[in-house]
Design a protein around this ligand. Sequence first.
Ligand code: AMP
Ligand code: GLY
Length: 423
Amino acid sequence: MKILIVGSGGREHAIAAAVAKSPKADKIYCAPGNAGIAQIAECVPIGAMEFDKLTAFAKEKSIDLTIVGMDDPLVGGLVDVMEAAGLRVFGPRKNAAILEGSKAFSKDLMKKYKIPTAAYENFDDPQKALTYLETAKMPVVLKADGLALGKGVLICETLEEAKEGVRTIMEDKKFGAAGNRMVIEEFMTGREVSVLSFVDGKTIKIMSSAQDHKRALDGDQGLNTGGMGTFSPSPFYTEEVDALCHKYIYQATVDAMAAEGRPFQGVIFFGLMLTKDGPKVLEYNARFGDPEAQVVLPRMKNDMIDVVEACIDGTLDQIELSFEDNAAVCVILASEGYPVSYEKGFEITGLHNFEDKDGYYCFHAGTAVKNNKIVTNGGRVLGVTAKGATLQEARANAYAATEWVRFDNRYMRHDIGKAIDEA
Ligand code: AMP
Ligand code: GLY
């Protein structure tokens, strides 16, 4: 089979690596890809939002299966455009990707179908939002409605801060059109867990759990980032939590989307908070998490192509997902200054250390080739992942492996997976 993967980050590298393990994969392309993906796939210089070019490329090369990794093209309707051209694509159509594309939509869906989530109100008028805040309990959470690179969420401690936040989102449009509407919701406390799932429109199969570390600095301080590291499984995702999620959240979400005439086919990422009143949905994403995919997919035993095809064909009920009985930790090597401003173009050395090392992976996120050398080309540069028999062992292995690669201005958190010790 010929497979095309759309995207250019560490998540797409992890997807490409999983696909490459399948005996069914004869040739893998990635658009646009990166320097690491180029080692297992042919990268083509087409952007993820260039729908016509992607479709023409897939037709010309007779691609059998396209896997869309990123949120922007999914929310923008790439799957619809490619399907209309007769192509087979893995990922939700536009009318289902709205589960991630509009927080107001997803909140209304959860309310209508009684899926546990934080209490909230939607606003499209900043004046009404400001009035509502006068009587709201602090802290309060403000969310831009649309896609905002994971940065459109503000947690406000005081009324003043919250009012300023409404102005930032809805009037100054800090997150662009994503802030034309907003959600104001109750602040919840508890541990966060990421659960990824495969969905075929009716059936849902849950992958092994994971936990991200969103803040830039050790001790969960500093600004929100795309994710600084992950571990899988989460020891806090117990059998009891799993049972509650199955009862109230997973199938209920899939059924709700189908009932709304928006059958979801692809990956649903449940961002959960384990509150004292049980698990609640913080957010949905319509794709694999990044860097959750980097710790979940290397542990998956199934043939990735079989699972993806079952989602497209509506036969996921016949697949039994299984994961290795071990653990994995991913530490992101970033550029000093991320997520605000950072320099690029520094040579990366030591990448060869990962070759032929079982259980170790160096997923590329922001890299490029310049003068035949691999250089840094983004805020998040590499995702160093290692497996271990236990979470502790995986963490020790991952941190040891971070020493194998070097580049100027290299920055990482040193406490990825520290929470494991409290479990
Ligand atoms: P989201 O993009 O919706 O996942 O929000 C980003 C982060 O903000 C989450 O991972 C949480 O850490 C935090 N957050 C979002 N909603 C809430 C909430 N209702 N209560 C507390 N924290 C929240
Ligand atoms: N790691 C969080 C996300 O992919 O949105």
